[in-house]
Design a protein around this ligand. Structure first.
Ligand code: ADP
Length: 190
């Protein structure tokens, strides 16, 4: 199986690039951000719990996102693999993903980390906020908080995957199709 973790700070382009990679390699795209926004829109019990956390830019508890992912990891024989977008975001989430995949005799193939500096991230998120309707994109203080949360809680996953030889930094600046080409090249070399 080919199981990719698409990694990077908020605004790095994970969602955009995940769609291209899913198509190119025939992978199932799983975005915990999309799944949470769907729950919030449908006002499910989970969505009601998550709404305030997501709008503040904090992380939803590990137990919630792990069980969301668990319920989506169905693997009929035809499954080529998955692309995880916005997950894992903490070390316990990464360990849970390893355990879940192991149950299916599978593992993370690579972690592709989109690298973009902070000023560019803030710029992109504020621009996206004008059209996305996402309240976490509209407010500069929330954006700042999301980047801080990333640096504190999520960035440590770089060494988690690096120590397993799975970390692939990718320059996330430039034209969208240039970045897609860099990502594809890294995957083809695996
Ligand atoms: P971005 O990468 O631009 O922040 P996402 O759609 O990945 O966008 O995430 C939006 C929000 O959803 C996060 O700020 C967080 O509140 C919540 N979220 C998404 N994925 C996770 C996760 N794996 N663990 C905890 N919270 C998450």
């Amino acid at each position: 199986m080919l199981n990719l973790v698409l990694f990077g700070p908020p605004g790095a382009g994970k969602g955009t690039q995940a769609l291209f990679l899913a198509q190119a390699f025939n992978l199932i795209h799983l975005s915990t951000g999309d799944l949470l926004r769907q729950e919030i829109a449908e006002k499910t019990e989970l969505g009601l719990k998550a709404a305030e956390i997501v709008s503040s830019g904090e992380l939803v508890p590990d137990s919630i996102v792990i069980s969301m992912i668990e319920s989506k990891l169905k693997m009929p024989k035809t499954t080529v693999g998955f692309i995880f977008d916005g997950f894992p975001r903490t070390v316990p989430q990464a360990q849970a993903l390893d355990d879940l995949l192991k149950r299916h005799q599978a593992e993370v193939s690579a972690m592709l980390c989109l690298e973009v500096e902070k000023e560019e991230l803030i710029d992109r998120l504020l621009k996206r906020g004008l059209t996305s309707g996402r309240c976490d994109d509209a407010d500069p203080a929330t954006i700042e908080n999301r980047i801080n949360v990333y640096n504190q809680k999520t960035a440590p996953l770089v060494s988690y995957y690096e120590s397993q030889g799975k970390y692939h930094p990718i320059k996330g600046i430039g034209e969208i199709d240039e970045i897609t080409a860099r990502l594809k090249k890294a995957v083809e070399k695996l």
